[in-house]
Design a protein around this ligand. Sequence first.
Ligand SMILES: O=C(O)c1cc(=O)[nH]c(=O)n1[C@@H]1O[C@H](COP(=O)(O)O)[C@@H](O)[C@H]1O
Length: 285
Amino acid sequence: MPLTREGTSFAGTWSRLSAQRGSLCLGVAPSASWMRRWELDDTSESLDRYGDIILEAAGDGVAGYKVQVPFYLRHGTAGLAALRRFVDGAHERDALVLLDAKVGDADDTMAAYADLYLGPDSQLGGDAVTTCAFMGTATLHPLLRIAQDSGTAVFTLVRTSNHGAGEVQGSRTAGGTSTAEAIADALTGWHTEHCGTDQPGPAAAVVGARPPESAQLVGRLPHSVLEIPGLGRADRRTEEVLAPVRDATDRAMLTVTTGVLRHGPAPTALRAGIRWWHEEIARHL
Ligand SMILES: O=C(O)c1cc(=O)[nH]c(=O)n1[C@@H]1O[C@H](COP(=O)(O)O)[C@@H](O)[C@H]1O
């Protein structure tokens, strides 16, 4: 039985699983450089081995994975098959999968992305997908509707953590609202219109801002599951990254990629890295 499906909600499943296993969401990134570091050939055949190592290390100790989709797609159809295999393996261990593909387009094309990424009937079977609202927040609606119907979620980039993100996301309208704030407000408006306001809905958000902006944006997203990147980065302290979600722990997905993968490829060392991050998060939340 897939974790997300009609009649369930991604937010509800995440809340349940993260209460049992912690809010850590493990990044999965089989890039050429990570494959080299893990002494794996950079081939589609090795993708299965890579995924198996991660699943073996995490066991049933992780509530979710955020998978960097392009690192699979670059291998073509064999990469797609390996990605589907990873998704199925995660579901067997009762973990959710956020497919980080950052899709963004309009109308039917967004629905076509859902056919590939979103929900138990899609090709890849993801529980959630990342998206970008550059073409306008209304272009998210087809994807959000499908997510609501299939019990999945759509993580829209509100404010990312990369250098230079402020160039577009921090630009302000004549009224003084930043692009990031406008996107956050649009997600909250969608929830109010389509879901009521008592439970978190499918319009989730990626918030990689720094204080004080991070807390301000989280405050504008009261009904969204929040993917928070930044843990383990040299320029950010754990306390700083987690402060904005201290009052929203049931909605927080705290993604760590490098901070865990650097312990690989030995599953025991990876497992110790995962345990360390669980403890570090618990210390600060
Ligand atoms: O979508 C993301 O997770 C993401 C959002 C963001 O604001 N910044 C950001 O770096 N990321 C992703 O996080 C990954 C790196 O994660 P760490 O190694 O944990 O820092 C990158 O591959 C990005 O795709």
